[in-house]
Design a protein around this ligand. Sequence first.
Ligand code: SOE
Length: 385
Amino acid sequence: MKTLNVCMLGTGFMGRAHSNAFNQVGHFFDLPCKPVLKVCCGRDKEKLEKFQKTWGYEETETDWRKAIERDDVDLIDVASPNFLHKEQVIAAAKAGKMIICEKPLAMNYAEAVEMAEAVEKAGVASMVSFCYRRNPSISLFKQLVDEGRVGRAFHYRAVYNQDYTISQKVPVGGASLWRLDANVAGSGVTGDLLAHSIDCAEWINGPIKKVCAHTEIFVKERVNAVTGEKTPITIDDACMFLAIFENGSMGTFESSRYARGRKNFNTMEINGENGACYFNLEEPEYLQFFRYADPETGRKVEDHLTGWQKILVTNSEHPYMNRYWVPGTVIGYEHYFINQTADFLLQACGETPVAPVPTIRDAVRTQKVCDAVLQSAREERWIEI
Ligand code: SOE
């Protein structure tokens, strides 16, 4: 079988999630090629060596430019902090490598456009890691909408809340808290969390036409984990925005890292003429579906039978589930990464994925909406996308 040598840039949370996916994907999917963990790259030597041993990389490299240019590498996986994405993706494209990039794609829309142009010029396969699309319940959510079971959409609602920055004592910067530093992350919850919500929303309900947002910074200063100095915080800690979709439906989006009690609370709901769907990542194996009318006949479901149905998404007929265990047994967070890696490898090798992957060009669109949200908050007005 053809092998595909992987170079991983980054040894943090996402470096681990992606490495695990490469190790596991061949156990569950019939692939035309076998990923080989060739080299991992990071700046901290000790951490890098531990990472290499844990995930089984053949070699290590501390200079990402050298790693990208290696002749024995086919695929660059950009799992580094956001400010590095642009340079690394463009270098990978110029070197003719396939690219997987973590979200948010870039620090801003202008960077994202440059990246997409470089990738298209090089003609290389790409994917941005919007992993939640590959949760089987969210995939089923999209399937039901595409099958017309929701019908004309009126409302779309997304919430993505966490609570890990409430304490003023949480520092900014360093390996674990770079997401609070505007120079490293680009934006706060808008790029980190709402990018997921926007990606799913547009995938399921079509393009957003305009947005009106408000953002908040609750803790204005934090100690920098590296320098020990007090540093002003400039990223959005919380963001809420209204959206109008091109199909005429109305959207509300809310995200915060100050939602006490919420750890990774990612929900989405659509309400249409024929039905509704609701997903909550705290119960990731379920999709809730309200059937009002049959999409084919238009006939209304009998009154005494209408109500929310809680579908346990573990049957072999459900997206991705025929690759795993028997009905009734659930899969978890790491499987969204395994599923997206399978789709990427299938698509890149000319075979049919379960669902087409979001390319770097697709993610430019998400970045455009994120930028419009932040602009709207700054200028306190509606912004057309
Ligand atoms: C932030 O805490 C974070 O790790 C995001 O960066 C991920 O994209 C999200 O899926 C989980 O939360």
